[in-house]
Design a protein around this ligand. Structure first.
Ligand code: SAH
Length: 474
């Protein structure tokens, strides 16, 4: 970050503006809007600038710039087309530790003017640090259309209740939760609809009714999808942006985690194979503990929370403790990995049904009904099956699945290092033995895997022929 965005209080502060033309006029308008007292020094001052200064208590001095003009000023802006003069002003200002902006000369600036979206008292500044002002302006134009005009009114309403809320809610956390509810709920909607009186009444009622010691928190059980952050739902993103606390698993990608609210406490609760950082009961307790202090707790899981995610168990604990919750589905690995690998899970000619099953074996055996898994015309997707692939392959073949059924491993699906390895039910374990594709990985078994060759569009291929050792001639 080359520049730190700060907002300057300029009301009744003296600012020196060197230059009297149109560029100076534009800067003077902004300075006057912020309530500054502007002194302009120039050989000639255009009429509009003179009028502006007259209206806003500024002054124009006709004459030559000299360093003494900088005395007692808060800010300096040079808007002349004389490079030498601009340089001099720059050095004089820097010598006095005065913030200086030289229009169109980023090298001579110690501060820059951002493109501004004004919803006073809410103000948004967009800056490219002087490197691409047009881009900053384009962004501003987008924000202009996106942020309701009445945000200013909403901020003013909040401001008029600030002291009351401060008295009622003693901690910063309590106040934040209260305001987040107000600014995103029914009260905000009333303001946007132009019904400020009703909004004021509702806000007053809400302050009176709420008990600071018993603000109820909420838990959002959110499916974070398989890795690519663009596969999150809008709802997931919105709730992640409201989180006070985030409990996340190993399967949640850093790019997804990065989209949670900046100030949220991030707590890793583990779940790499055989290495539970926090046991399931511990996770349940943590959820309850944080929600009971009024926090918004995001429980972020890889894929979909209800598919091999133990999401149901966590919700049962919340229900037993009367904690409100919402569940947001995510794109499950089978769906995401198959699409990113160009393997449609069903297809008119090859598969009329699909089964999602766990490949995890208990005590090296499995509860899976293999007779069901070997039916023709269906696709079987194994989650958590990378380590049991040899047994799975053997069992399926034993139960009658043809050994030459196409099969694939999709490793780290949807991420930048996605890899796909294809083979047959029989050959895949040996191919993986050589390829050593890393977890998390999904195994897809069925005729549909053949479509991959034609439809693959994302990530890297691992070609079987490069893995198969060339047999020595007898
Ligand atoms: N709730 C998750 C699944 C959790 S079980 C979901 O709906 O996707 C964990 C298993 O999911 C892993 O062992 C792996 O088989 C699969 N998996 C999750 N993310 C994956 C990814 N990006 N690529 C491949 N497999 C993945």
């Amino acid at each position: 970050m080359d520049y730190l965005p700060l907002f300057f209080k300029l009301t009744k502060q003296d600012v020196l503006l060197v230059g009297g033309g149109n560029v100076a006029l534009r800067k003077a308008r902004l300075l006057c809007r912020a309530g500054a007292t502007v002194t302009v020094i120039a050989h000639k001052v255009c009429d509009e600038l003179q009028d502006l200064l007259d209206e806003n208590g500024g002054a124009a001095v006709i004459g030559e710039y000299h360093a003494a003009l900088l005395d007692d000023k808060m800010l300096v802006i040079a808007a002349t087309d004389d490079n030498e003069l601009n340089q001099r002003i720059h050095y004089d200002a820097v010598e006095r530790n005065l913030p200086i902006n030289v229009v169109d000369s980023p090298d001579l600036c110690t501060f820059v003017f951002p493109a501004i979206v004004d919803r006073s008292p809410v103000v948004i500044g967009v800056s490219s640090g002087g490197s691409a002002p047009v881009l900053a302006r384009l962004l501003r134009a987008r924000l202009e259309t996106w942020i309701p005009k009445s945000y200013g009114k909403l901020a003013s309403l909040a401001n008029s209740f600030r002291n009351q809320v401060k008295q009622k809610f003693s901690t910063v956390d309590q106040r934040r939760i209260f305001w987040e509810n107000v600014l995103q709920g029914q009260i905000a909607e009333k303001v946007f609809a132009g019904r400020t009186d009703e909004a004021t009444e509702l806000l007053q009622d809400k302050i009176s009714a709420e008990d600071p010691e018993h603000q109820t928190g909420e838990v959002y059980l959110i499916g974070g999808g398989p890795g690519d952050p663009e596969l999150l739902t809008f709802k997931a993103l919105r709730l992640m942006q409201q989180a006070d606390v985030v409990l996340y698993d190993a399967l949640v990608s850093p790019a997804v985690l990065d989209l949670c609210r900046r100030d949220a406490d991030l707590i890793f609760v583990g779940k790499k194979r055989d290495n539970h950082a926090v046991p399931q009961e511990g996770i349940n307790e943590l959820l309850v503990k944080h929600a009971k202090t009024g926090k918004r707790v995001v429980r972020l899981k890889g894929g979909d929370p209800f598919i091999f995610g133990r999401g149901g168990e966590e919700l049962e604990t919340l229900k037993a403790n009367d904690i409100p919750f919402q569940v947001v589905p995510g794109i499950t690995a089978a769906s995401a990995c198959s699409t990113y690998a160009g393997i449609p899970l069903t297809h008119r000619n090859y598969a009329q049904s699909v089964k999602f099953v766990t490949g995890q074996l208990k005590n090296r055996t499995t509860d899976l009904n293999f007779d069901e898994l070997v039916h023709p015309n269906q696709t079987v997707v194994f989650y958590m099956g990378l380590h049991t692939l040899p047994q799975l392959s053997q069992k399926l073949i034993e139960h009658g699945k043809p050994a030459d059924t196409p099969a694939a491993i999709v490793s780290r699906g949807t991420s930048a290092d996605q890899k796909v390895l294809t083979g047959t039910l029989e050959s895949l374990p040996a191919l993986q033995e050589k390829a050593q594709l890393p977890a998390p990985a999904l195994i897809i078994v069925g005729e549909v895997v053949e479509l991959h060759e034609n439809l693959c569009w994302f990530g890297e291929e691992v070609l079987a022929q490069n893995l198969t050792p060339v047999k020595a001639e007898p």
